[in-house]
Design a protein around this ligand. Structure first.
Ligand SMILES: [Zn+2]
Length: 378
């Protein structure tokens, strides 16, 4: 079923429609769960539907929509939102959400799933992180209906999605030619957020402070536990982060009681919790040659890369600023002195980190190879 909502029509429904809706709603209450209402449209229990919310008007008279898919379970439970492309060029989340919505498992959903694969449609179409007013949406939450273009989009997403939810997960990737190891960023001092973060099952959970204007900060202010997932690189579909993302949402939904518990017990070692992280920076300008990979466990002062020049006459080492796990890595060889090249999550217990990363790599590399085999690539 596809429901396309035109706000104008919704606002101008005739009396009969309104009365019918009221009676239907009363019937639903008698029979059990109420329909889910969003943007003037309602989704019955045990059904799903797509709503296109008018997000902005373009200067060529066309309208821009935010497409939202709602899966409204038959029985009561949490309301989880999942969102992608808040940064329009970070598209792994778009694919994570597409795959999630295909799962038959959702037929046994308790509660409600609100899926918004593309929050920043402007950026997605233009392959850009930003909006046309050159603002970063993730610095403008909670936004305002009378604010800038970016502030208005933030406000629509807050009102229609975040404030209707009890929990949320927002998907991001590395920016500026940097790739991220799949990781959750969350306020782990909040026990509800920490448990949700650990349930996701990414190899690393990074205790990340809230940044003013971010979606995480706006959700936190409204007491809505929310995770931010980082994985892969912008403008790519990175297979392993995508699979970790889909698996992670399912695990969180199982943890929240939205899906039945898994039949087989996972052998995975729990996520490594990192309290802080630091970027290693290029020690000079030139050609960057990495000496470590994403997911490597490294010691403080270990050589993590070399910067040389095109003639190879001068070589400068880049040393790790901390002991820990490489969670982000520059993918371009051209650097200026001071450019961020490797992101290191500080870890105190290296043995635990090593076991956790081994377990993650075994599971997802094997899974990835099997998947490629099934798809006929191998
Ligand atoms: Zn992002």
């Amino acid at each position: 079923m596809k429901k396309v909502v035109d706000n104008f029509i919704a606002a101008n429904r005739n009396e009969k429609d309104i009365l019918t809706t009221k009676f239907e709603a009363r019937d639903k209450v008698r029979r059990g769960r109420k329909a889910f209402s969003i943007a003037g449209e309602s989704i019955d229990p045990g059904t799903r539907g797509t709503i296109d919310i008018a997000a902005a008007k373009l200067y060529n008279r066309n309208e821009l929509f935010m497409n939202i898919h709602v899966v409204h379970g038959k029985s009561d439970g949490p309301v989880l939102f999942v969102s992608g492309a808040v940064h329009g060029d970070e598209i792994n989340g778009v694919e994570i959400i597409r795959r999630l919505l295909k799962l038959k498992l959702l037929n046994s959903l308790r509660g409600t799933l609100i899926a918004v694969p593309v929050v920043n449609s402007f950026g997605f179409v233009n392959r850009s992180r930003y909006l046309p007013d050159r603002r970063d949406l993730n610095r403008f939450f909670p936004g305002s209906p009378t604010g800038s273009l970016t502030g208005q989009l933030a406000s629509i997403f807050m009102e229609e999605v975040v404030l209707r939810s009890t929990h949320g997960i927002d998907f991001h990737t590395g920016a500026n030619m940097r790739s991220n190891l799949p990781q959750i960023r969350a306020v782990v001092s909040d026990p509800k957020v920490k448990e949700m973060a650990m349930a996701f099952g990414a190899p690393v959970v990074l205790d990340a402070e809230l940044r003013d204007g971010s979606l995480r900060s706006a959700a936190y202010d409204k007491n809505i536990p929310m995770l931010l997932f980082e994985g892969g690189q912008s403008m790519r579909f990175d297979q392993i982060p995508i699979r970790v993302g889909v698996q992670g949402v399912i695990s969180v939904m199982r943890y929240l009681g939205m899906l039945p518990k898994a039949k087989t017990h996972s052998k995975r070692i729990p996520s490594v919790l990192a309290k802080s992280s630091t970027w290693a920076r290029a020690s000079s300008s030139g050609v960057f040659l990495p000496r470590v990979n994403l997911g490597d466990i490294i010691n403080k002062k270990q050589v993590i890369g070399i910067v040389t020049d095109p003639l190879g006459e001068h070589e400068h080492q880049i040393l790790s600023p901390a002991s820990g796990i490489v969670i982000g890595q520059l993918q371009s060889p051209l650097v200026h002195k001071g450019d961020a090249v490797s992101h290191v999550a500080s870890i105190s217990d290296m043995d635990i980190a090593e076991n956790a990363l081994d377990s993650f790599q075994r599971e997802f590399e094997i899974e990835s190879k099997l998947q490629q085999y099934e798809e006929g690539y191998l």
